[in-house]
Every structure is written in structure tokens, then in C-alpha cells.
Write a new protein. Sequence first.
Length: 388
Amino acid sequence: MSGVGIGQRPENRRQQTVKVMWTAIWLVFLSAPVNDLLHGGHAVAVQVLGWAGLAAFVVWYMLLLFRTGRGDRTNAVLGALAVLAAESALLALTLGREWLVLFVYVSIASGAALPLRLARWTIPGASVLLGALALVVPGGRAVMAALLVPALLGGFAMTGVRELIRTTVALREARATVARLAANEERLRLARDLHDLLGHSLSLITLKSELAGRMLPDHPDKAARQVADIEQVSRQALVDVREAVSGYRRPRLAEELAGAEVALTAARIVAELPAEPAPNGVCEESEAALAWALREAVTNVVRHSGARRCVVELLERRTPAGAVLELSVEDDGSGGPAPAGAPGNGLTGLAERLEKAGGALEANRFRHGFRLVARVPAASAADIGSGA
């Protein structure tokens, strides 16, 4: 990425250049002092000193902004602002009212470099100093009101930006902490489940193996029965592990809806999602099939559609065969899935997955884009057969 996110420091030269250019945009308000130096009729020596003073002011101002948030002590920042204010006052008193605009930058630097508890005093202080000098500098009264408003608004606006940056950094750190805690909790849960699942079986296998080893020389028939028991326990443990792994891999609609929102937002696609993930009482097989359908559909929208808007709907319909859950994903893009049988086309596999769950898949273009509809029974085949 070439841009610099809020709360992030430039990580390379390109990002640093972008930040310098963004900060330099606001230097356009220095056109008044520049115009005064070019057309104010000052002597050559005064012009040279004026250009030197203006250059020193800009460099000091930029360094102060770029040093913000790097662990500088508050006293050092206050000293730097005092130097900036003193230089502004000297240039205004020496060269005229056009240089009063420098106090707007002093106010902005106060809001950007100081915490709110100090900036709420330094910003009005810089504005008061601006007003006092405007009363002294010839012609300053005419521009005083036009400069006081930007000084106050710009300074306090920068305090808001500073607080936004601080909050964003805190949120990023909190999100990273939550992610680490969630990963640790998931690892602990997996460890607990595997211990509960395999602990008894492995202990029984170890015990029977030792027992078979002791019986083998004198009682081979009894040892053979122990080995048969070991085989049975091992097969059951294998079945339990497969069922557990299948449960871990089974997607949920709530999780897939959250992931779809993240993916669509990241692709700059407006997402309209249902508020509720699924009605209560839906069998796990049907929910998992719809979750896979949602994942495949959103992946196609993000990768191939070029859409600007995506609408996801989840409805429960009554049919002669029973209750049916219907998931529809519509986009307004010009693209769509690859032709049937093409490499990378996941719709065939998705249709097979839905058929296994007793459902069906429809995927076709329409006048505004592409639409995918997945239908599954709300109850499992076993429940239907038992009259549940």
C-alpha cells in the first residue's frame, strides 16, 4: 500500500513521501508571506532574511509534526512551540500583517503535538497572541477576524485528529490482543477435546498391550483376545477422531456471514446481509451446506464479478415437501463464475454438496448481474422420516 493509515507511521520512503505531500498541502496558506516577499517592496537584505525566516519556520513546523508520537517529552514539545511562536511574532512585527498567518500554523501544531489537556490552553494562547499582534501591526485589524477563526478551528480540529489516531492505535492493539487470546483459547479447547477423546482409548490400548505382552509366552490364546480388543479400541478411536475433525471443519452460517461482510467490505463492495444467520432448530447438515454455498458465492463475487453491491438473503419457505431454507446471493457485476467444467469452478462441487444434504443449486445471470440460489431442507432426512 502506498498510503499511510491513521495511527500508522510511514514504513518506507514512498509512504513518507505521501505523508510529506499531504502535510505540505496546508502550506498553501503561506502564499500571503511569499507574495509579500516577492511584491512587498522590501530591500534585498530584508527579502533574504525573510526567505531564511520563512524556510526555518516551515522546516521547524514539519519536524514538529513528524516527531509527534515518538516519545518526545512534553516540555521539549512546548519549547519547540515557543520557538515557533517567537519566530512568528518576530516576522510579523518586522515584515507586516501578511505574516500573522503563521500563528495559524502555531495553533495547528499545538493541536497536533500536544495532548488535549495542554492543547486546550495553548491553542487559545496562540490565538490571543495573534489578536494582540494584529492590534499592533499596521493594518492587522483588517485581517484579525479572518485569521482567528482558522487558528481556533484548525487547532482544535487537530486535537480531534490526534485523539482519533490514539484511539485507532489502541483499537488495533486491542484487536491484536483479542485475536491472540482467541487463538490461545481455541488451542486450549482443541487440547482439551483431544485429551478427553483419546485419553481413555490410548490408556486402554497401553494397558491391554502390556497385558498381551505378559500373556504371550504362556497363554497365546488369551493374548490374541487382548490384541483383538486393542484393534477394536483403535478402530473406535479412529472413528471418534474423524468425527471430531469433521465437527471442527463444519462451517457455521453466523461465522460465514461475518466473514462475507469482511471480504466484501475489503473489496469495496456494498454488502446487504440478513440480520439473523438462520432460524432455530435447523439441522447441522443443512446449515453447513448453506454456509459452504455462501462462502463459494461471496468468493466468486469478490474475485470475478467486478460488482459494487451484493445482496444476501436467507428465507424459510413452506413447500409440500416440508420447510426449506433458501439462500440467495445477488450482485450487480458484469462478471460471473467460469463456464461449467472450467478449472477453478467450485459450483459443481457445491451442487454435489447440496444434493447430498437433500437440496439444490441454481446459478444464472440476470439483467443486473449474477444470482446464486441454494436450497436445503430445514430438517434432516432422519427427522423427516421419523415425523419430527
